[in-house]
Write a protein that binds this ligand. Structure first.
Ligand SMILES: Cc1cc2nc3c(=O)[nH]c(=O)nc-3n(C[C@H](O)[C@H](O)[C@H](O)COP(=O)(O)OP(=O)(O)OC[C@H]3O[C@@H](n4cnc5c(N)ncnc54)[C@H](O)[C@@H]3O)c2cc1C
Length: 400
């Protein structure tokens, strides 16, 4: 059972691997490295695991990707979510998984063919249970949607879960130590590569460091003079408590024409939209929200889900809770996973705008790379891919 605690001087000794960052990505990485037999310490600067970007998410997962490398992470990750208690070895452990599907919707005739092509590509990538739906089928399955819809892609096994329980489960299911209130301030190197992590509480000698610092991953990269290609962009969401009847069996529903989305949540609904004009900004632990975000979002989601008109009419300010975090983008919108040749022993697991859903397999991949079970050349998400002339953007929906 992993231990989560604020360390004292005596806890600082030589260790096989140090992970920087205790969000869902770092904690999954700690789990898999510990399961591979390594003595692992994770350092988290805040006073608990999963307290920064991870809880700001809407906690959803999907296999509907069109890029091979993304599908290759998402498919096994969902299988792990489906059998999470077996994966972590704690029978009956619940992550409150709900597989109500992901529905990407359009009412624009010019987007219909794109959706159809996406499903064909998903099938080629092994996501054989995604469906292309036309208007009548959409309205038969989801009668609460607008009759103006034309087409959609849908996969029933996509859905959402509790990020808190998933992160805690990874921590509980392994023997790693999780040092909270412990900030990595520097990374020590010698002629062989990394040799330790300096924190505000002491030094951890180690030959393996994994940067899983979420929005602060570029800052941690600079500790070893690396300029990682990462950009942080603020994203917001709003939970609305409402007495209006929200279809609680609805899927996670996306309007692909205005990048807005919603899903049911007990007592109400979660709504958001991905603003492509939001600028890149400096990462921060205190991410501000815009006062008009709920109104702008409601205006967008009601286009294809007309019951939101009633939500909009009746909602009161105290019933809305807006929160924000950062998406971290890379040049091809796919994460950076793997070693960095310039600094032997330094690994990255960062660059996520969908880190919740990819975290299980991404953490496992780091463990496979560290232990030599996987060769870097077989890992398409290696950070060197841009220099190699690889790493092109795909057609995934919702990243911007
Ligand atoms: C509005 C919104 C909706 C989203 N919805 C989804 C979704 O439905 N599905 C999905 O998959 N993704 C979603 N995401 C993205 C997802 O939340 C992130 O990709 C994911 O949480 C990243 O996890 P992480 O562990 O990398 O980062 P974090 O959760 O930010 O964890 C990084 C940790 O590193 C710590 N840290 C940083 N620097 C240091 C240091 N020097 N020393 C010690 N600790 C340090 C931080 O304190 C932090 O706890 C959403 C994001 C937002 C903002």
């Amino acid at each position: 059972m992993g231990r989560i605690f604020t360390p004292t001087e005596n806890d600082f000794g030589k260790t096989d691997a140090v992970i920087i960052g205790g969000g869902i990505v770092g904690t999954s990485t700690a789990f898999w490295l510990s399961r591979a037999g390594l003595d692992v310490v994770l350092v988290e600067m805040r006073d608990g695991l999963s307290t920064l970007t991870t809880p700001a998410s809407v906690e959803c997962f999907r296999a509907q990707f069109t890029e091979p490398a993304m599908a290759a992470l998402a498919i096994p990750s969902i299988e792990m979510f489906e059998h999470f208690d077996e994966v972590i070895g704690l029978p009956g452990y619940s992550i409150s998984i709900k597989q109500q599907g992901y529905l990407f919707l359009t009412d624009n005739p010019q987007t219909v063919e794109d959706l159809k092509e996406n499903v064909d590509q998903q099938h080629r990538l092994g996501v054989t249970d995604s469906e292309f739906l036309e208007r009548d089928e959409i309205l038969a399955r989801f009668p609460f949607l607008s009759p103006s819809v034309l087409a959609a892609t849908f996969r029933q096994r996509d859905g959402w879960l509790s990020c808190h329980e998933t992160t805690q489960g990874f921590a509980k299911g392994c023997d790693a130590r999780f040092f909270i209130n412990t900030k990595a301030a520097g990374i020590l190197t010698d002629a062989k590569g990394v040799c330790g992590v300096e924190t505000n509480r002491g030094v951890l000698p180690t030959r393996t460091v994994v940067n899983a610092a979420g929005p602060f991953a570029a800052e941690v990269g600079r500790m070893v003079n690396l300029d990682l290609p990462l950009e942080t962009v603020r994203r917001q969401k709003v939970y609305i408590k409402t007495s209006v009847k929200i279809p609680q069996d609805a899927p996670f529903t996306v309007d692909v024409n205005n990048n807005s989305y919603w899903r049911p949540e007990p007592g109400g609904v979660l709504v958001a939209w991905v603003d492509s004009d939001e600028p890149v900004s400096q990462p921060s632990e205190n991410v501000h929200t815009d006062w008009e975000f709920p109104a702008v979002t409601l205006d967008k989601v009601r286009r294809l889900a007309p019951f939101f008109k009633e939500v909009e009419r009746t909602v009161r300010q105290p019933d809305m809770t807006t929160s924000a975090g950062f998406y971290v983008y890379t040049p091809d919108d796919q994460p950076l996973i793997g070693s960095v040749p310039e600094v032997p022993g330094f690994f990255v697991n960062c660059g996520y705008w969908a880190g919740v859903m990819l975290s299980p397999e991404a953490g496992k991949r780091i463990a496979d790379l560290v232990t030599g079970k996987m060769d870097s050349k077989d890992n398409p998400l290696r950070p060197t891919r841009y220099k190699e002339g690889l790493g092109k953007k795909g057609k995934t929906l919702m990243s911007h």
